[in-house]
Design a protein around this ligand. Structure first.
Ligand SMILES: [Zn+2]
Length: 417
């Protein structure tokens, strides 16, 4: 075959170049297009007050209680994080390293100079900032997280939504599934005749709400973040709403339902978003859903490292299940490498190795730079093992395989039905 790669050094160079060059589709983020105004977080102060760094700073702060630290105005809190984690200590943690990667690759001349970092971004419009970051991260498109029950966000959708084809929507439905007593009156206020105790007539109304918002957002999928106690089948509000409203609407619209399983909310409430923990889930719930609803498509990522192996085994069995990303506490190079290797060994290229989960625009740069390094290293290892046995990959084949991993396989999964 033309362009066969036989040499290890050539292999390394070809794989690294291809992984760098292929634009990523980021299948789950919390960033927004510029049409969403202040909902789009960007710049050094947002980077430094990311909840990962709030949690790491809080650990070593002597002079502030967690609540007092979290109550500081953003600019002051950012300066304190910088002093604590970047001046008094070295930024060796993944989140600390991430800030440096982002600042460096976005053109801050001296990454030890916080004032220079602030100055670098001071004059940028949201549109310019988005273009700069997507180019530096080599990200071709992102999937947002869109909550129609958030009034600020709903207002933007009612005026036309994202208006930027690089930003795709995901209809997030956590409150409906995990806190129905609180969600019910909010749906009612929006004109849907639902009741808290879920009489029969409520399910078609929940389905109508989902259909209306799917029509408005044109989402890539519906999604929910679920606790480690998530169980199916289950005669709870969650189980009934899922099987009687959510899954039927997903089937009707040929949209996947994305499950992010394993977050234990607010184990340290004073830390806000940084106060969530992890719990081991029972993925028999996923097995039940994939087997009982073969006409539904499911996306899955799990938070507990202990659940990763079972998740891969399930994805081997069920073609209506697609694994994506190394989520949150898994998004550390050592664990990303382990999970990516485990997935390639059991799934080949039929999964999506990474998503950024970025909450701040600039984070796309570091999350993808760090992910690409690990993905390339694992691919080099796997192709090398084939070369040892006389199977030589062609450059075109490497290009094809990398494209599948960087979003091509995700698109293929979405396009089914
Ligand atoms: Zn997320």
């Amino acid at each position: 075959m033309a362009n066969e790669v036989r040499d290890r050094e050539v292999l390394r160079a070809v794989v690294q170049a291809q992984v760098e060059r292929t634009p990523a589709l980021d299948v789950h983020t919390h960033i927004y297009s510029s049409a969403f105004g202040p909902l789009l977080l960007r710049g050094p102060e947002e980077l430094l007050t990311y909840h990962y760094l709030q949690a790491e700073t809080n650990r070593v702060l002597a002079e502030h209680s967690p609540a007092a630290f979290m109550a500081l105005p953003k600019a002051e809190q950012a300066r304190l994080v910088w002093r604590t984690l970047f001046v008094e200590r070295s930024p060796l943690s993944e989140a600390g390293r991430g800030v440096i990667t982002a600042l460096h690759r976005l053109g801050v001349a001296s990454v030890r100079d916080y004032a220079a970092a602030l100055a670098r971004f001071a004059g940028l419009s949201a549109g310019e900032h988005v273009d700069l970051v997507l180019r530096a991260a080599n990200v071709g498109g992102v999937v947002m997280t869109n909550d129609p029950l958030n009034p600020a966000e709903r207002a933007v959708w009612e005026q036309g939504g994202a208006r930027d084809a690089r930003f795709r929507a995901a209809l997030r439905i956590d409150p409906i599934l995990v806190d129905w007593p609180a969600a019910a009156p909010r749906l009612f206020e929006l004109g849907y005749a639902v009741e808290r105790d879920l009489p029969e007539a409520s399910y078609p109304e929940i389905a109508r709400f989902l259909r209306d918002w799917a029509a408005r957002m044109q989402p890539a999928y519906l999604a929910a973040s679920l606790p480690p106690t998530f169980a199916m089948p289950s005669d709870t509000a969650c189980g009934r709403i899922l099987t009687r409203a959510v899954l039927p609407v997903c089937r009707e619209l040929a949209l996947p339902f994305a499950m992010m399983i394993g977050v234990k909310k607010r184990i340290m409430p004073e830390l806000g978003d940084g106060g969530d923990g992890v719990g081991r889930a029972d993925l028999d719930a996923v097995e039940h859903l994939c087997r009982s609803y073969p006409a539904n498509l499911f996306l899955l990522t799990v938070l507990a490292r202990e659940n990763q192996h079972q998740a891969v085994v399930l994805a081997r069995k069920f073609k209506n299940l697609h694994l994506f990303g190394c989520w949150w506490f898994n998004n550390n190079p050592s664990i990303v490498e382990e999970i990516t290797r485990e997935r390639i060994e059991m799934l080949g290229t039929s999964f999506t190795p990474q998503h950024s989960d970025a909450r701040v625009l600039d984070q796309l740069v570091y999350k993808w730079a760090h992910a690409r390094r690990v993905i390339a290293a694992v691919l080099v290892e796997k192709y090398s093992l084939l070369i040892d046995e006389g199977w030589y990959p062609a450059e075109e084949e490497i290009t094809r395989d990398v494209a599948l991993l960087m979003g091509g396989e995700f698109e293929r999964f979405l396009a089914q039905h």
